[in-house]
Design a protein around this ligand. Structure first.
Ligand SMILES: [Fe+2]
Length: 313
């Protein structure tokens, strides 16, 4: 077992709070589990924790903090010690709704993370009680009806430095990466589980720091991904990339921008990595020129757009 069990909750900033909240509730099909201050705590029907997304009103967009749940109190201590040794630790705080003491640190690019172990398991109110006791919440089928938070792709000025921090200090396994002809690293796909990707770093086209590329929510089937595209379309959600399949990690995707400007993905598929000692797959510049799995070219904004916006772009 890895010291870090999984990622989440993620805190997303939005300059259009009411519209963003409507998007996550009505379009994505999530439930508001709590509201406090300028934040709403949202959950997907398959989340075992109380929430997987904290939506916070802000002057701008982007990722505020990414939570990482440790596998045990001892695993938490081990990872905190390793992060502290890098000099990137910021210290302990009390935690948040549904979550105990948390250790705040920043990756070399400046993204904030909270490492924690103590969490509250979700207890549904009567109207959300499921029929099956092995499911945390009733399946409502509203909107895209996303099941859980799946992965987070952040942008970085220096991909290699950040993925080395993630593998060495946090214990992530590096499953795939892109190496350009000049030797620079353009992307790194990492995981602490057998899921093909959970934490992804890709190069920031503007050389900016601390930005978000996208946050992805899981559905069980490709058909639900296609249905999500129809739902995005009829709810005036900007579709940046219609459903298709990535070459890297082989995830099936739909990308759109929520009203606050953040790129959100509805995802399924991807392989499972059972090899305990996998050889990292390295993609070359020439191979990447072929496009995605089915040779569809990625739209240009996918390589440049991130949140918050970079001044002057
Ligand atoms: Fe993704």
């Amino acid at each position: 077992m890895m010291d870090i069990a999984h990622l989440g909750p993620a805190e997303l900033l939005t300059p259009a709070f009411d519209e963003s909240l409507r998007f996550f509730v009505d379009v994505m099909g999530m439930e508001v589990e709590a509201q406090q201050g300028g934040s709403a705590y949202l959950r997907a029907w398959g989340d075992y924790q109380r929430h997987s997304l904290k939506l916070t009103a802000s002057e701008t967009s982007g990722l505020a903090v990414l939570g990482l749940r440790a596998s045990s109190p001892e695993a938490l201590e081990r990872r905190v010690a390793l992060v502290e040794a890098t000099g990137l630790g910021a210290g302990w705080h009390d935690g948040d709704v549904g979550r105990g003491p948390s250790y705040r640190f920043r990756d070399p690019d400046g993204h904030a993370f909270d490492l924690y172990y103590e969490t509250e398991r979700y207890s549904p109110p009567e109207h959300l009680r499921p029929s099956l006791k092995n499911q945390p919440q009733r399946y409502t089928g509203r909107g895209c009806a996303v099941k859980r938070l799946d992965h987070c792709n952040v942008l970085a000025e220096d991909v290699r430095a950040n993925r080395m921090f993630a593998t060495e200090a946090l214990g992530y396994r590096l499953y795939e990466r892109i190496e350009l002809d000049d030797g620079t690293e353009a992307g790194a796909w990492m995981s602490v589980t057998i899921a093909a990707h959970e934490l992804i770093y890709t190069a920031d086209a503007y050389g900016a720091r601390g930005r978000l590329h996208h946050l992805a929510f899981w559905v069980d089937t490709r058909e639900e991904c296609l249905r999500a595209a129809d739902i995005f379309l009829d709810n005036d959600v900007h579709i940046e990339a219609a459903p298709s399949k990535h070459a890297i990690a082989q995830g099936f995707f739909l990308y759109g921008y929520e009203p606050g400007g953040n790129r959100i993905e509805v995802t399924t598929g991807g392989y499972l990595q059972y090899d305990p000692d996998p050889v990292t797959v390295v993609w070359t510049e020439e191979e990447r020129r072929l496009g995605q799995a089915w040779r569809v070219k990625t739209v240009e904004t996918f390589h440049t757009y991130g949140t918050p916006p970079v001044a002057g772009t």
